[in-house]
Unconditional design. Structure first.
Length: 423
């Protein structure tokens, strides 16, 4: 029989998918559970997959690759989607896609499958990545195809001896990995309602967070965090500890209206303590080590990368080009940032860098000032020269509006005025 490699989470959807792929497509199912920092029960998941009918279940620890090739480069880039979302789920999808393709090759499979619905971004990220890496593999998305309701699914599971989780179903749909947790659905779909406390798992309610602030000192080398409070740590331990410390202070909750790739506006709630802290600290260190021009241009690159990651275009030459720029920009982003965590807030309160561009002699208003005050006069003269010339030639003679404050008033007789225009 031909084989399909299925991304398997152990949940109801993908467990039902194992049976459904056998029945509807006549395929042998090889299940692959990818751990990106979200799977404490790998063995239980493996057992369940076999019991449901997979011919093999692989458990793949991808945490180190996730950190090295996805989390840290996105941190260096400053990639945050729509100024809020640190992209935890979006970053993990291309990695999972790559791992699926690797197992498909190993197993000689002709197809890969994933449990995404037809409404989200994740299906796009999986399908585009798989198609890019392995155009010959067939892609099957059972949940997108089968048209079963939740109740249908439970009935199907019961008929096929698939264990249905007995615990009270969470009112939310969640996804998590080392870089963050996303919470959707239920009451959260009402954008006017504040997210209830039971939506959060990683972060303390800021109202109940410690009354004393906590401090973290994060050491970076070329834009990569390597130490915490004076201790050298690998990425796994460092992100884990920052998640824990920041979560305790209620830091990392995000609530925003997000523009999905598939055209839907959705209310998204996240908790990403480590991502929020590390992005804050990293950006602060860049302020010490990058010039104004570098920072301005890098922000454009950051937005471009965030968008392409969100939109499922990870495996592209455009991304590689931008990533090269980011890597090069991090040459001197080495130093330490101290952040204060307090009742849901994270603020940088100290920063130092080996090759800092912050020059105390230039900055000071006190002793030891080396800035040439007299040079400012000539600089200002030339800086303002074009405006002075224009004002004298065009604006001062006859343009009465030029000397008034505020935007010029619309001409009431302007026939181009819109339907709301007053007569
Ligand atoms: N809105 C986020 C994104 O598109 C989170 C998606 C969460 N995925 C999920 N299957 N629950 O990246």
């Amino acid at each position: 029989m031909e084989k399909v490699v299925l991304a398997y989470s152990g949940g109801l959807d993908t467990s039902v998918a194992i049976k459904w792929l056998q029945e509807s497509y006549g395929l042998d199912v090889v299940a692959v559970t990818v751990d990106v920092g979200n799977q404490p029960e790998l063995e239980a998941i493996q057992e369940k997959g076999l019991r449901v009918g997979a011919i093999k279940v692989y458990a793949h620890d991808a945490i180190d690759d996730f950190i090295r090739y996805f989390i840290f480069p996105s941190l260096q880039a400053g990639a945050i989607y729509e100024e809020r979302y640190p992209l935890a789920t979006a970053l993990a999808r291309p990695l999972i896609a790559k791992i699926l393709v690797d197992y498909a090759r190993l197993e000689g499979a002709t197809a890969v499958a994933h449990g995404c619905t037809g409404k989200g971004n994740d299906q796009v990220r999986f399908d585009v990545s798989i198609r890019t890496l392995a155009p010959d593999l067939k892609i099957i998305a059972p949940v997108r195809e089968w048209g079963m309701s939740r109740d249908d699914e439970i009935r199907y599971a019961e008929e096929h001896d698939i264990p249905v989780p007995v615990t009270v179903a969470s009112p939310y749909s969640t996804d998590e990995n080392l870089w963050g947790r996303s919470i959707e659905a239920g009451i959260l779909e009402d954008p006017w309602t504040e997210p209830p406390e039971d939506a959060f798992l990683w972060t303390t309610d800021p109202r109940r967070a410690p009354d004393e602030p906590g401090y973290l000192e994060i050491e970076f080398e070329r834009g990569i965090p390597i130490g915490l409070n004076g201790e050298m740590l690998d990425g796994r331990a460092l992100i884990g500890r920052v998640n824990e410390a920041a979560g305790r202070h209620g830091v990392g909750r995000i609530d925003h209206i997000e523009n999905r790739l598939v055209g839907i506006k959705s209310r998204e709630v996240y908790e990403c303590p480590a991502a929020v802290v590390l992005h804050t600290a990293h950006a602060e260190l860049e302020k010490m080590t990058l010039t104004k021009d570098q920072m301005r241009f890098k922000q454009l690159v950051a937005r471009e990368i965030a968008d392409l990651v969100y939109n499922g275009l990870w495996f592209s030459a455009h991304h590689q080009d931008l990533a090269s720029y980011v890597a090069s920009s991090q040459h001197y982003v080495t130093g330490t940032v101290r952040v204060r965590l307090f009742k849901g807030t994270c603020a940088a309160v100290g920063r130092r860098a080996e090759r800092s561009l912050y020059n105390p002699g230039l900055a000071t208003y006190g002793q030891g000032d080396i800035f040439d005050h007299k040079a400012a006069v000539g600089f200002i003269q030339l800086w303002g020269l074009p405006l002075q010339v224009q004002a004298e030639a065009q604006l001062l003679p006859g343009r009465t509006d030029f000397l008034r404050l505020g935007a010029p008033e619309a001409d009431p007789d302007d026939s181009a005025a819109g339907p709301g225009a007053r007569r």
